[in-house]
Design a protein around this ligand. Structure first.
Ligand code: SF4
Ligand code: SF4
Length: 472
């Protein structure tokens, strides 16, 4: 029944296979010999199967867990260095015909303010995001064929890419909209999106159907097979994620990795990113009502085990998580974070009035982008505003082969420095600018090739003289 190459959800996320994985992980959680063998395999940096990774997630041996965390940290350093890529979500519309019980945008919620941005409002939001310094957005919209059909989404993408405000521009638009048809995915590809992101919410079919009682999203197979249709439509950068808290986390973890294995087996390219959101407080939504919530220790263990199991896959942690929690997990494998985020429709241009709540969830980390950039640098990270890959045609298997060979670092690090230079020149506060200039100066010496180092030095000067958008 279980077949990672199959295009049928029930075969590539076979329930029995997940259950057997969990049983084997439980049986082996103190099996030192097996755990040593799995860690040794993980050290080869070629990833782990869902069965192997599930054993590490369950492992209760303290000294082995220390090795797991140390290895995750090392893999993060080897593939992502000390860079953290920045992005922000942009909510376009919260009209939705689905009934997701954990989301305040569900159709039956009559007290949330419903809003859909006009193109002028989209442009206003984008100018506000550019004024913060953002270059990479993830657009979000509820599912509604009347209020937000694909034509509306495409028009918004066009508007976003078209706004050139002062020195700002949005250079990569990732898209997080409902599962759709191959034809619509083709249109998104033609609109030059970055990554298509769709959270599975939960891989457990029975729970999924209960949590999505009404609307098109109720169809588990259609939702779970969305990435296959996206790939058929020519989108080769896709982002997976589950909403931790809805189901038993071990189930979600194993199935998430099975989904990643399926994409690799069926399409030759794994997911570009994996997101690990946890359920949050929102209008009418109490996270306590979902009894599968995970604590910070478990959250950190999940991140470390995903990092080890899928070394080439970016990992995203959003402002759903607090500053403390983000600080705790960044070094374990996170490669992208959001900053200065608003989860309401139209919230960047003007603060949401108190009596008009249109937020999807409460943001935990409420700091400004500048505060987050400064914080990252104080922790020893390079905040990066790089968007180079898809603009240079490095997507899908081309991206993956560069990543697997370790050569992508030769682009990421210089690009991080050049885009940080743009940020500190155009948007940073005085203290962030001082820190940023010092960091860039120190990091240039870490570029190994003389030619590239010189090119970056030249480009940094050009940025000071007013030119923008250098990339490798
Ligand atoms: S999670 Fe998405 S599909 Fe479900 S109600 Fe919220 S916006 Fe709609
Ligand atoms: S070079 Fe590519 S992989 Fe590296 S940070 Fe830029 S966009 Fe991401």
């Amino acid at each position: 029944m279980y077949n990672p190459k199959s295009l049928r959800a029930e075969e590539f996320i076979a329930h029995e296979e997940v259950l057997e994985t969990l049983a084997s992980a439980e049986a082996n959680k103190e099996n030192r010999e097996l755990i040593d063998a799995i860690i040794a395999k993980a050290r080869l940096r070629k990833g782990l199967s869902h069965r192997e990774a599930a054993v590490l997630l369950d492992c209760t041996l303290e000294e082995k867990n220390k090795e797991i965390y140390a290895l995750a940290e090392q893999i993060k350093k080897d593939y992502y260095g000390n860079r953290i890529v920045m992005f922000a979500p942009l909510y376009l519309s919260n009209y939705c015909i689905n009934g997701c019980v954990y989301c305040p945008y569900h159709q039956k919620n009559t007290h949330i303010a419903r809003k859909k941005l006009t193109q002028e409002e989209v442009a206003r939001e984008v100018r506000a995001l550019q004024d913060m310094g953002h270059k990479r957005l993830a657009i979000e919209s509820g599912e509604d064929p009347v209020h937000s059909p694909i034509e509306y989404i495409l028009e918004c993408i066009d508007t976003i890419y078209g706004v050139k405000h002062k020195n700002g521009s949005i250079r990569r638009v990732n898209v997080n909209i409902a599962a759709t048809t191959v034809e619509n995915y083709r249109k998104l590809r033609d609109a030059e999106i970055g990554t298509y992101i769709l959270f599975q919410e939960t891989y457990h079919k029975d729970s999924y159907e209960k949590l999505h009682p009404t609307g098109p999203k109720h169809n588990y197979a259609y939702h779970t097979e969305a990435m296959d249709r996206a790939m058929e439509g020519g989108i080769d950068d896709v982002g997976l994620g589950v909403l931790f808290g809805l189901e038993f986390y071990r189930y979600e973890f194993a199935a998430l990795l099975m989904h990643a294995e399926h994409l690799e087996a069926a399409h030759g390219v794994g997911p570009h990113t994996i997101s690990v959101p946890r359920i949050r407080q929102a209008d009418g939504i109490d996270p306590g009502a979902f009894d599968n919530g995970i604590d910070d220790d478990t959250f950190a263990k999940i991140i470390a085990c995903v990092r080890i199991a899928a070394p080439y896959t970016g990992m995203i942690v959003s402002t759903r998580e607090s500053q403390d929690c983000r600080e705790r997990v960044l070094h374990l494998g996170v490669s992208q974070i959001s900053g200065g985020s608003k989860t309401s429709v139209g919230g960047y241009y003007e603060p949401q009035p108190e009596d008009e709540n249109s937020e999807q969830f409460d943001v935990s980390d409420k700091r400004t982008l500048d505060e987050i950039v400064e914080w990252l640098m104080k922790l020893g990270y390079i905040p990066s505003f790089c968007t180079a890959c898809y603009r240079e045609g490095r997507t899908g298997d081309r991206f993956m082969s560069l990543c697997k060979s370790g050569n992508l670092q030769n682009c990421c690090h210089p690009n991080a420095l050049m885009t940080l230079k743009e940020y500190v020149t155009d948007y940073a506060s005085a203290s962030t600018k001082t820190l940023g200039e010092a960091l860039i100066g120190a990091e240039i010496g870490n570029i190994p090739k003389d030619k590239v180092r010189q090119l970056v030095r030249d480009n940094l000067l050009r940025i000071e003289q007013g030119q923008r958008d250098f990339r490798l």
